[in-house]
Design a protein around this ligand. Structure first.
Ligand code: PMT
Length: 333
């Protein structure tokens, strides 16, 4: 560990976090591209959604060999991004590097490798060959490819990536500052699984931690809760903000979601249980006009009825509806 470890102040507020942890080298470049994307869609009068997706890592060394990670594959974020595009939103897809992405997620190398549904057709004398898509895969591929090409041709999808929790925190703040010009027309869909603990760079070992000294003891610091400044400072209470709450004990979902709403003052928490998250979630939101009262609504699909149905389709439809109402109730709309 670095020599500063014993003297370093380690109780982070968002402010002290950004004052002491370094931004990722690509931040300025990323922000410029986001600015151009946002400007284009503001001028076109389009709503913009920021979708965060996938898990963040926590490096243990400055020259990183080892890191902590979490389970998220980015399915929720990648799937939802497609439905937001379908609903006419411009989408900033901020995702963990190499996690699932909109459109290409249908052909993940582990679940549905595309080489498996390509066929080689040779001519009679074997002098040339063509590649065909198998009959069964043709229609679904055409649908995905059409949506993909149309989103890209219209410039409706902008992707950004992060690896560490530090990348994520810097990017989220910078992107939210660019989205501020949209006021109520910005929607935040925070589906990324963000680490709760991290190792400040001042406490990290410069080189690979050596194993010769027996067991390893690391004390991590808490990642500051950035939903608070996101809601009240960076978006100035204008944007429609949806956070997610993941639990493994379902009885904690509603109380934790309510607690987050009371603490941060945003619009919706979507609660999901690790084991049932692919077919049910619960929307928790403040009850209009009533302090400390909340409305809870389940969104469920029945996979035994329709294997192709995705719960994200209904989640996004409900949010688009709520976001529209949010824009319409604006005193300045
Ligand atoms: O990717 P999949 O495999 O499809 O899984 C999807 C999912 C289960 C990861 C997703 O649906 C989900 O629940 N994401 C949030 C999980 C999580 O990290 O919860 P949390 O309690 O740590 O954070 C709550 C919210 O605050 C999240 O929206 C998170 O993005 C945000 N947060 C949390 C901590 C922090 N320091 N900053 C944040 O922005």
């Amino acid at each position: 560990m670095s020599t500063d470890a014993t003297t370093f102040e380690s109780n982070f507020s968002a402010e002290s976090y950004y004052a002491t942890q370094s931004p990722p080298p690509s931040l300025e470049h990323d922000v410029r591209n986001v600015r151009d994307f946002v400007r284009k869609h503001v001028n076109a009068g389009r709503n913009v959604v920021l979708v965060t997706s996938g898990g963040t890592t926590v490096p243990l060394e400055l020259n990183v060999v080892r890191f902590l990670d979490n389970f998220s594959a980015g399915t929720r974020g990648a799937t939802s991004a497609e439905y937001f595009l379908k609903a006419g939103y411009a989408v900033i897809f901020m995702h963990r590097q190499f996690s699932l992405q909109p459109f290409s997620r249908h052909y993940s190398h582990s679940t549905h490798p595309f080489l498996d549904f390509l066929e080689i057709e040779k001519d009679d004398n074997h002098s040339s060959a063509r590649i065909n898509v198998t009959e069964k895969e043709r229609a679904p591929l055409l649908e995905v490819l059409t949506a993909y090409k149309s989103a890209h041709t219209a410039g409706l999808l902008h992707t950004l990536n992060f690896v560490t929790v530090n990348d994520y925190l810097w990017l989220l703040r910078a992107v939210s500052q660019e989205l501020a010009v949209l006021g109520r027309r910005a929607l935040y869909y925070l589906a990324a699984a963000v680490s709760d603990f991290f190792l400040p760079r001042q406490k990290m070992s410069e080189h690979k931690i050596q194993s010769g000294k027996g067991s390893l003891h690391i004390e991590m610091d808490q990642v500051p809760k950035i939903l608070k400044p996101l809601v009240s400072e960076w978006t100035q209470g204008q944007a429609f903000i949806v956070s997610f709450k993941l639990e493994t004990d379902p009885s904690l979902l509603v109380p934790k979601a309510r607690q987050a709403l009371a603490r941060y003052g945003h619009q919706v928490v979507i609660g999901n249980d690790l084991h049932t998250r692919k077919h049910q979630v619960i929307f928790v939101s403040p009850s209009p006009g009533l302090d400390n009262e909340y409305v809870e609504t389940w969104v469920r699909i029945d996979p035994s009825q329709d294997l192709t149905k995705e719960v994200e389709e209904d989640i996004v439809a409900e949010l688009v509806h709520r976001h529209r109402a949010w824009i319409e109730t604006s005193p300045t709309s």
